[in-house]
Design a protein around this ligand. Structure first.
Ligand code: ZN
Ligand code: FE
Length: 256
């Protein structure tokens, strides 16, 4: 393990900003650019200079601050090749399987289409950390703006294969609303009940519910649990394909 430092802070109405810093090389990356002024202020408060921008997808609350941060710092913009037409000023376009480096700390690029057609996740296997953008949320997943349920199910299934102790940094504080929905799908799940109660307690104290872990999500997040017999029975989809069960859960969430 290196000594990677991670600084998390709220941006806009419900986004999180993340700065990651490698003390050996002095490099600092911002994961997405939801609020450039806030991100630059956080970097200054930490005594870090942003050298890289790592984008997960093209949405404005993720890439909208790229130009301002690049203008202020000269940071290199790393972004998904699949969305290069929609993210201006990319310096390094990356694709599935590529490695991105913060000093000697490696991030693997995982292609996770569904929320957008070219969304990527940055997985840091040596750190047991992943920055998942709007693909997975605590007790939820991103809306399917540009992808199919099958694509998103495949994307989430790949994240579910990460080690259980992998710390998942998702880009929005949506957990309390997600918990209410999850309980409508999987009401008898004790892990979910306990998780939902802890989320309510954290929010009552004004605390973040991000990050989470893969192990926690596998036990309670209905969007990862399409194979679960109790959920299938409740939805009347005992014999359906996993992607079809996932599609039904996502459809219900869209109108919950
Ligand atoms: Zn988004
Ligand atoms: Fe977003």
């Amino acid at each position: 393990m290196s000594e990677l430092s991670i600084r998390q802070f709220p941006c806009l109405s419900d986004n999180y900003g993340f700065l990651i810093h490698d003390p050996d090389s002095g490099e600092t990356a911002t994961i997405d650019t939801p609020d450039p002024d806030r991100i630059l202020a956080e970097a200054e408060a930490a005594g870090w200079t942003i050298t890289q921008i790592w984008n997960t997808h093209h949405h404005f609350d993720h890439a909208g601050g790229n130009a301002a941060i690049k203008a202020a710092t000269g940071a290199r913009i790393v972004a998904p090749s699949y969305e290069s037409a929609r993210i201006p000023g990319i310096d390094l376009a990356v694709s599935e399987g590529d490695s991105v480096w913060l000093g000697k700390i490696e991030a693997k690029v995982v292609f996770t289409p569904g929320h957008t057609s070219g969304h990527i996740v940055y997985s840091l296997p040596g750190e047991h950390v992943a920055f998942v953008g709007d693909t997975m949320f605590a007790l939820g997943c991103g809306r399917l703006f540009e992808g199919t349920p099958q694509q998103m199910w495949t994307s989430l299934s790949r994240l579910a294969e990460l080690p259980d102790d992998t710390v998942i940094y998702c880009a929005h504080e949506y957990t309390q609303a997600n918990a209410r929905f999850a309980l409508s799908i999987d009401p008898d799940n004790r892990d979910l009940q306990a998780y939902a109660a802890s989320v309510d307690a954290k929010r009552a104290r004004g605390e973040a519910t991000v990050p989470t872990t893969i192990g926690t999500e596998k036990a309670a997040n209905p969007f990862l649990r399409a194979a679960d017999p109790a959920i299938r029975a409740r939805l009347g989809l005992a014999d359906a394909a996993n992607a079809d069960v996932f599609a039904e859960i996502r459809r219900r969430k869209d109108t919950f």
